[in-house]
Design a protein around this ligand. Structure first.
Ligand SMILES: C[S@@+](CC[C@H](N)C(=O)[O-])C[C@H]1O[C@@H](n2cnc3c(N)ncnc32)[C@H](O)[C@@H]1O
Length: 449
């Protein structure tokens, strides 16, 4: 049931200024995971680091911060304005009974100043803090371990070459919680046991799990699992994880190492060991060798989310198992003496197979999150593959070069899958173009038909 505007409380979200397009879908997805709703009335300037959210409770705000990697902190908003005068007027109209529990004489507090796009001197900061003496603070200042922390946040705009004298927006609020930005460092691929050429960056992996609405006890599947980078973020959020990959060596942790100065993979370089590294082994179900164009799952097998990074490059070639005829023509022997058979697997087929698989094997309301490579000059939303059972939830671009990018697509299952041809996927991902990426490697990208 939607809450009336009066029942909602105002919170200020301080966001990190990276992956800008991915932030709104992350926050929306996490709010709905915590039973909330992102109302159209939210006062959001999409590229700004400051968003005002209207949500029902502090509990929901805390829940959001336990998951987000896009937001740094959240505050109970006591006042805001476009000038110091407006901020003070807004603070004076904030109900005193809502302030008092945090201003008691037996409590301790401190006031912190955060500025965006400007650095203030200590003297300027003190002046701004002193100007708030009209607030009924009764507690003692404690700079080291205060019970309550209040923040003045000032927004000096986005242009570093044109910083105004006075901020464009000012906010004052009570700090409630920080987000999960530290996961980006603690799960960094640089420090990971088992990696490959295309292991997913930690921040994006967490964003994907958040876009996918992954919850504790979910079962999450990655059909192009590689080194399991995407399993790790879902397992961190308490989901049981499994995956498949066509590459025998990757699944079994064999073959050549990706790291410089190391020739072969070590004895414990595998997906299970990756999860163990982070204390997440109990969430690991299994990883199997399998070709996603020939799924191995029985009918009725359901996943709560499918989160994946399909192959789309020459660095990680697209291939699938071939027929006997193709086998005779294309049998290859890898450098590690493991024989695999492959024929080319067209990009369009990969995505259509993936959508069909998701439509059939997701629970109702379950999400598919995947990357789609794009040739930017020809991009239109029509290029995004569709399936009648899947609703497009979000579509965020990450630039790779001036002409190429990849888009993180999130879809939700909204309709039961029927084993009939009338529910085939459709879209315009038909022809491919091989282009050169900035780092010298080649990639296939999606073009219009
Ligand atoms: C972009 S990588 C995934 C990387 C992975 N997210 C990670 O963190 O290591 C794509 C993977 O798809 C696999 N692959 C290619 N064709 C496949 C197919 N037909 N079926 C299953 N896996 C396939 C490749 O072996 C590769 O490991």
């Amino acid at each position: 049931m939607a809450l009336s505007a009066a029942a909602l409380r105002r919170y200020l979200l301080l966001l990190a200024q990276e992956h800008l397009e991915f932030r709104l879908p992350e926050i929306k997805s996490l709010l709905s995971l915590h039973g909330g709703q992102f109302s159209g009335e939210q006062e959001i300037r999409v590229n700004s680091p400051f968003w005002i959210l209207n949500i029902p409770s502090e509990e929901m705000a805390r829940g959001l911060m336990k998951r987000t990697v896009c937001a740094k902190s959240i505050f109970e908003l006591w006042g805001h304005g476009r000038s110091a005068g407006e901020l003070y007027a807004s603070l004076k109209s904030y109900p005193v009974d809502k302030m008092l529990p945090y201003l008691q004489s037996d409590s301790t507090y401190k006031i912190h100043i955060h500025t965006f796009n400007k650095t203030l001197t200590q003297a300027q900061k003190i002046k701004k803090i002193d100007a708030l003496e009209f607030l009924p603070f009764k507690g003692k200042v404690n700079l080291k371990k205060p019970e309550h922390i209040f923040w003045i946040l000032e927004d000096y705009g986005m242009d570093p070459n044109n910083v105004p004298e006075e901020p464009f927006h000012l906010y004052f609020g009570r700090w409630i919680a920080d987000g999960q930005r530290e996961l980006i460092e603690s799960y960094s691929v640089k420090k990971r046991h088992f990696i490959g050429n295309t292991s997913m960056d930690a921040c994006l992996s967490f964003i994907m799990a958040n876009h996918g609405g992954v919850k504790p006890n979910d079962v999450v599947y990655d059909p192009f699992v590689g080194t399991g980078g995407l399993l790790i973020s879902s397992a961190h959020f308490g989901a049981y994880v499994c995956g498949t990959d066509i590459d025998y060596n990757t699944i079994h942790g064999l073959g050549k190492a990706t790291r410089k100065n190391q020739k072969w993979r070590g004895p414990d370089e595998n997906i299970r060991a990756n999860l163990r590294q982070y204390g997440l082994e109990k969430y690991y179900l299994d990883a199997l060798v399998s070709d996603s164009s020939r799924p191995i799952w029985r009918k009725g097998m359901l996943f709560d989310a499918i989160i994946t990074d399909p192959p789309y490059g020459i660095r990680e070639a697209t291939r699938r198992t071939g027929s006997q005829k193709e086998t005779d023509k294309t049998a290859e022997r890898s450098t590690e003496n493991h024989i695999f058979v492959s024929s080319s697997y067209h990009l369009s087929d990969i995505f259509f197979d993936l959508l069909k698989f998701a439509a059939e094997h997701l629970v109702m309301g379950g999400r598919l999150v995947y990357w789609l490579p794009i040739y930017r000059p020809e991009y239109t939303e029509e290029i995004i593959p569709r399936h009648p059972c899947l609703k497009l939830i979000s579509n965020c671009e990450q630039m790779l070069s001036s002409h190429t990018s990849r888009r993180l697509i999130t879809m939700e299952k909204v309709k039961e899958f029927k084993y009939s041809s009338s529910q085939a996927p459709h879209g315009h991902v038909k022809s491919m173009l091989i282009i050169s990426l900035g780092d010298g490697s080649l990639s296939e990208v999606t073009r219009r038909q």
